[in-house]
Design a protein around this ligand. Structure first.
Ligand code: PLP
Length: 146
């Protein structure tokens, strides 16, 4: 971690992270979570899962969405297990050689403060590392210091 990129908005930060992931891996596609919010530029809106923030009707199809860590019918641990299983399924059906990165908020803010169990991101990172896929953590909202 010896480089920084200063910018003016969360959208710009995420757009930069997605670009870097493509340049670094030479791969094109992304995985994102349902009900996520990542920004209002074309690519960050494309990886945004919250329907009300997907204003452009012709967003990029380079993104596959998976269940986030919340369900009225499931415990938090069950929802987290199902989310990881869905991510593994996407990786095996699309092919790890196509997917540059997964982008996620550590706590989903605009979808209702969805906090995964602590083990979720550790397991997620293991799955992604095994497949050569980067993890982009969007801390635009959680990192705010009022
Ligand atoms: C998690 C998250 N990512 C990205 C953004 C986009 O940030 P900005 O509005 O500064 O472009 C937001 C905005 O609320 C956000 O909550």
């Amino acid at each position: 971690m010896n480089h920084s990129f200063f910018c003016c908005s969360g959208s710009e930060a995420n757009e930069g992270a997605l670009l870097l992931a493509r340049l670094y891996t030479g791969k094109n596609e992304f995985i994102s979570l349902n009900n996520s919010l990542h920004g209002r530029t074309y690519l960050t809106m494309s990886v945004t899962g919250l329907p009300m923030w997907r204003a452009d009707p012709m967003l990029s199809d380079c993104v596959t969405f998976v269940p986030n860590v919340y369900s009225k019918e499931k415990t938090l641990d069950e929802a987290a297990t199902d989310s990881l299983k869905a991510i593994e399924d996407v990786i095996s059906s699309k092919g790890a050689d196509k997917i540059a990165a997964l982008i996620a908020e550590p706590i989903q803010g605009n979808s209702g403060i969805i906090t995964p169990p602590q083990w979720y991101f550790k397991k997620l990172k293991t799955i992604l590392e095994k497949n050569g896929i980067l993890l982009i953590i969007d801390e635009v909202q959680t990192g705010k210091n009022y």
